[in-house]
Every structure is written in structure tokens, then in C-alpha cells.
Design a protein around this ligand. Sequence first.
Ligand code: AMP
Ligand code: MG
Length: 334
Amino acid sequence: MLLLAACGRTDERAIESIAGNAMGTTYQVKYLREGNSGAPVKAALEEGIVEIFSEIDRQMSTYRSDSDLSRFNASRSTDWYPVPAGLLTVLSTAAVISKRSGGAFDVTVKPLVDLWGFGSQRPLSPAVPHSDAVAAARVRVGHEHLSIRREPAAIRKDIPDLEVDLGAIAPGYAVDRIARFLSETGVKSYLVELGGEVFGRGRRPDGRGWQVGIERPTDSRRKVDISLELDGKGLSVSGGYRNYFERNGTRYSHEIDPATAAPVSHRTVAVAVVADTVMEADAWSTALLVLGSARGHDLATREGIAARFATLGLQGVESRTTPAFESAALLPAQ
Ligand code: AMP
Ligand code: MG
């Protein structure tokens, strides 16, 4: 859903790229070679990036059974469960955004994600689950059943079969970690992107900031809707328009509304959020997509969130932004 701006020929020679696969998707890091006096060479940066991903994987992956999070999910104990600092940071932010979004963002929604066929085990032909199954999954969901303790760092569930999935926030956290690592090692100007989550800092050789295009949310043609310049800001785009199934004319997307225990069915197909951290942008873009433009725009305006909603209307895709987005989006091109 994001297109990173193509750089001119002169730019290209001054820019170094590192790319790969992580967290079930692809990532790319671009940075300026010049002006990073004392910064490590590419191989050392690459090694640092890979180590950050592997640490996050060991803590938060639900695709490996030995991660801290998977062990917590498998555990039926309702006692305090010690967690490492990174996992505590992500869960604390998730808890805050669950409250501020009135529960629209909820990392305990995993049983419903799985039931509707959007989990790690994807059915060949997805179907609407039986209402009894929805009711059974629903009682295992609710962010209020998850408690967080800072000192010593630990989490606790008050129902034994509560499960947590950080797929809507951990990628943003990963981008923040890599950005911080680059800054700390002396890299002054860079762009980090992981599966639709992006952070940019500094200028390119032509003096312009890093530009990112947001795609027009349609099924097929990839076309840039607007471009933004990111300097010290993160951007996340959530959208259900490529990951969905259709039954009897209803479109079921991978975003679950915890209030209805069903995939969202309104016409808002993508939400972009700009924030100081990508972790916050990631969680908010998911929350606001769940709420849709009608409810989400009011909330985002009240909460001072920089958001842009794309909704399918009679005239095609209609976009709506919050005042904070207008000031955060430095470069409304086209
Ligand atoms: P994102 O692309 O960041 O919006 O994350 C989408 C993923 O988050 C989905 O594939 C689900 O695994 C998970 N998810 C779905 N609904 C919610 C929700 N209401 N709150 C938190 N995570 C959710
Ligand atoms: Mg998200």
C-alpha cells in the first residue's frame, strides 16, 4: 500500500540499500552514504538489523511456538508471566490505544481472526463461521482481561485461554527499533520500510526529504494517491482491500471489529496514519480502519491523530483527512 519514491540517477549513487524478508513480509532500508562520519559499514548495519528482527521474533512471533508470546498464549496460568522489555513496550502501547479507541484496537482478537480464516492457518475456501463458534470465540477475547506490570516486567491474563496477536502493532515497533539503531550508529538520513510501515529521517542529496506515496486503494492497478515527506515521522497504512473474501455480496476483511466479533463491513478500505513512532501509527491505522471513516474520523480528530481515510463511494474512492494529518503531511502532491 506504500510506494517508496523513486530517486533520480544522481541520487541513486549516493543511496545505499539493504533489503530482505522478516516478520512474514519484506523490508527495505535506504540511507545516504555521505555525511555519516563514524557510521558502520553496510555489512555491520545489516547484521544489526538482522539481530533486531531476530530479537523481536524470539519475543513476539506467533509463528514459532518457543517465542515469549507463544508460550504465554499456550499457558493456561492466570499468574504473572515475566516478559522482556520490548514485549512490555508493545503491550503497554497496545493497552493505551485499546482504551483510547474504545476497544476497536484489541490484541486479544486472535481467536476471532483464526475463526474467520485470517490466521496462520488459511482455509482454501473461507466461509462465514457458525454463530455458536463465534460466540465461543468471543468469550475468549477482550483487552480488559490482560494486565500489564512494569516492575518487574510481567503480564497476566484473567481468563486461561486468552491469546495475544501483535500483527497489527509489532511491525511498526520493528521499524522504530531499526530507525533508532541507525540514528544511534551515526546514520543521519534514512528510510526504513517493513510491509507497509515506514519511518524516514533527514534529507536526500537533492535537499528534499524522503518521499512516500500512498496507493489508491483499488484491487488491481497500483497508482499513487498522495505523496508525503517523512522527516522524523512514521507512517502506517492499514487496508482490507487486498486481504478479504466475499460471500453473498458481502466483503469480509481481515480486520475484526471486537464489538461485533465479525470482520468490518463498512466501505472504508484504507486508513493512513502519521505519528512520531511507527508503533503508534500502526496500531492507530488498524483501530481507525476497524471504526471506519464515519466513527473513526471523529475519534481521530478528538484524539489529535493525523489520519486519512479512503472510503468507497458512488464517485469512486473518497478521501477524508483530520486537521492533524493536514499539518503532518508535509507534501500533498498531485
Ligand atoms: P494491520 O495490517 O496493521 O491493520 O493488522 C492487521 C492484522 O491485525 C490482522 O490480520 C489481524 O491479525 C489483526 N487484527 C485484526 N483485527 C484487529 C483489531 N481489532 N485489533 C488488533 N489487531 C487486529
Ligand atoms: Mg496496524
